[in-house]
Every structure is written in C-alpha cells, then in structure tokens.
Design a protein around this ligand. Structure first.
Ligand SMILES: [Fe+2]
Ligand SMILES: [Fe+2]
Length: 143
C-alpha cells in the first residue's frame, strides 16, 4: 500500500526556472520521505535526514536569492528574511532533537514544515515568477 504523502508537487507550483523547480521537488521529496521514515528509524537517523534537508534548503535559498538578484526582484529583502526564519525553524527542530529536548519529530513539526513550503512556493516564490524581468530572463533565445 502506498503511503499518503504529506506534500506533493503539482504543476501550478512551477516558478518557470527548471533548476529552482527541481530543487523545490527535491525538498518536497525530502519532507515526504521524512514523514514516512521517522516512524521506523532511530533518532540519529532522523537527525541525519533533517540535516540533509537543511543542507539542500541552504543550497536552494542561495540559488533562489542569486536568481532574484539577477532579475532585480524588488521585494528580495523581505523574501530573504522569510528564508532565514524558515532555516532557523528547521535548525531549532534539529537542535532540540540532538540535545534530547525533543525525542521525536512530531506530526505538528512535519505539518508545519510542509505547509510552510507549500505556501511559500505558491505565494512568495511565484511572486518573482510573474515579474516581467523574470519572463525576459527565461525567454528562449530567438533564432
Ligand atoms: Fe523562496
Ligand atoms: Fe523556493
């Protein structure tokens, strides 16, 4: 039986930039795997998976921020701050698991991570995708 996924990709989530869409898909896969994985793995193994999610999130935010700079996106400072806040949230979850303050990754933790990513892609990320400079940057080179 296939497990119900906590978050999944849909085409309306595209930002129109292949590598950024691929990174979003990877984050979605990582969160979905964490959801299925945490029940039958040790705390150390779950921490390792969270650490991989954090590493990929850092890489993605860095690439996305470079892209926003490239197209001159006007609301980038607010967007960067939202990224920093999310990374802080992930790191706090990892820290409390590592220190033993938290013994497991709860449904609440995962729901809030998944909801944040879903809403962030559809709202803030898609906001840079609809800018004219974005369309020019991604337009195919004429023959
Ligand atoms: Fe973003
Ligand atoms: Fe993003």
């Amino acid at each position: 039986m296939r497990l119900k996924s906590i978050i999944s990709w849909s085409d309306n989530m595209t930002v129109g930039v292949t590598h950024l869409d691929d990174e979003h898909k990877t984050m979605i896969d990582q969160i979905s795997c964490l959801y299925a994985y945490r029940k039958n793995h040790t705390r150390d193994e779950v921490i390792q998976r969270i650490s991989e999610l954090i590493d990929h999130t850092i890489l993605h935010f860095d690439n996305e921020e470079k892209y926003m700079k490239k197209i001159g996106y006007p609301d980038s400072d607010e967007h960067y701050q939202v990224h920093r806040d999310f990374l802080e949230k992930l790191t706090l979850i990892e820290d409390t698991l590592m220190s033993g303050q938290r013994t497991e990754l709860s449904d609440n933790d995962l729901n809030s991570i998944a909801r944040w990513l879903f809403n962030h892609i559809l709202a803030e990320d898609r906001d840079y995708a609809i800018r004219p400079a974005h369309r020019e940057a991604e337009a195919p080179v004429p023959c």
